[in-house]
Design a protein around this ligand. Structure first.
Ligand code: BGC
Length: 381
């Protein structure tokens, strides 16, 4: 009897120690520092958001870019899971869009041409022969205003706004876009966008983070297992412009409805993969009704890290870093090789301004643009 009592007390003690350890919480906080200076002398600031579990996100007001994002592996080890640059020069000179918010229009507009209310606009052809990610100076190359930082009940948050003037990059209308990043206490990075304009224009921003859940950017992402909740893609032509059609993924290498390794079919003899040099396509995410739902899950078996992507957008561009080629020096001097990172860019479909059959990206005066996208991190053994 006495022995039983001693055993039960020790079990209870052990349980208390273990559970106290696992629920040990830190105080959510935000630390501000100087990240660098732009050529015109303006200062770029970095904000490190830390949640109650010790997960952190470093975000700069240049491009509203996510510079680092740590996530725990299956043993609780936190490592940086995004690609980025060490300093502001990298972000200013870079052409990879690491971590930034791209806009006004995420992805391509054919030949940079669009017509709104009968007027044709010629946008920059910065990805010949097309327009890509908002032009020469897109939202990822602008200094955003930090409106506020706060510790909300969900976790630390930062609100940033960018203003794009009427005629900037040849787009019509004065556009204002605000993004609230919250690093929630359940390990999700949430991005809530709101936008407005004073003339009819197009708006289709997205975050362009490249993830590598191994936490070691010497690895490729080919062993990451990906699920995309989409029955169809928007196929592209040779210049990566959507054809206007929707194509079933069933029976093709584009089928990620059941999770599979990204590397499994990437080398298949399939026209769309040849055009993209690998995966670089927009998936038509199921159940689009402007409500937030799970659109994709990535799992990396070695670390056990899982990233779920939730969004209210109708599509997601899955791009797996086909154009990285070992010449770009990133954080810690690592030269990112081909397919070192994967992007899941929640968005409207590419070239929607020229495809009336796609959900519209037009934004009119008096309307409010909304988007919520969430990257949530868990682990699996
Ligand atoms: C596009 C790629 C492009 C990349 C730029 C992606 O969103 O789909 O084609 O090369 O952005 O980093």
């Amino acid at each position: 009897m006495k022995k039983l009592l001693v055993v039960s007390v020790s079990v209870l003690f052990l349980y208390t120690v273990v559970s106290c350890h696992s629920i040990k919480k830190e105080k959510p906080m935000i630390e501000k520092s100087v990240f660098g200076k732009l050529a015109d002398g303006s200062q770029v600031e970095a904000y490190v958001l830390k949640n109650a579990n010790g997960m952190s996100a470093k975000i700069i007001n240049y491009g509203a870019s996510i510079v680092t994002l740590t996530a725990p592996d299956k043993n609780g080890k936190y490592e940086d899971v995004v690609l980025g640059y060490d300093n502001i020069e990298g972000y200013v000179n870079g052409t990879t869009y690491f971590g930034g918010i791209v806009g006004r229009y995420g992805n391509r507009i054919a030949k940079g041409k669009m017509t709104i209310d009968g007027k044709e606009y010629q946008l920059a052809v910065n990805n010949a022969p097309n327009h890509l990610h908002g032009g020469v100076v897109g939202f990822n190359k602008k200094l955003w205003t930090v409106d506020k930082t706060e510790i909300t009940k969900n976790g630390p948050a930062i609100t940033m706004t960018v203003v794009s003037k009427d005629g900037e990059e040849n787009y019509p209308g004065n556009v204002k876009l605000t993004v609230v990043y919250t690093l929630t206490n359940d390990n999700a990075l949430s991005m809530v966008y709101t936008g407005s304009t004073d003339k009819t224009t197009v708006l289709n921003p997205t975050n362009h983070s490249y993830f590598n859940l191994t936490g070691d950017m010497n690895n490729t992402i080919l062993d990451h297992e990906l699920m995309i909740n989409a029955d169809k893609i928007t196929p592209v032509d040779r210049g990566l412009i959507t054809t206007g059609k929707l194509e079933d993924v069933a029976g093709t290498p584009m089928d990620f409805r059941t999770a599979k390794k990204i590397g499994k079919d990437i080398g298949a003899d399939f026209e769309q993969l040849k055009y993209g040099g690998g995966y670089d396509h927009n998936w038509v995410t199921n159940n689009y009704d402007k409500k937030v739902r799970l659109i994709a899950t990535v799992y990396e078996p070695k670390s056990g890290r899982v990233m779920e992507t939730y969004s209210d957008e109708p599509g997601v561009q899955f791009y797996c870093g086909n154009f990285l080629n070992g010449t770009v020096a990133g954080k810690g001097g690592i030269k990112y090789a081909k397919r070192t990172g994967l992007c899941l860019e929640a968005q409207h479909y590419p070239d929607s301004p020229n495809k009336p059959e796609f959900p519209t990206t037009l934004l009119k005066p008096g309307e409010t643009y909304h988007q919520t996208t969430i990257y949530k991190f868990t682990t699996k053994k």
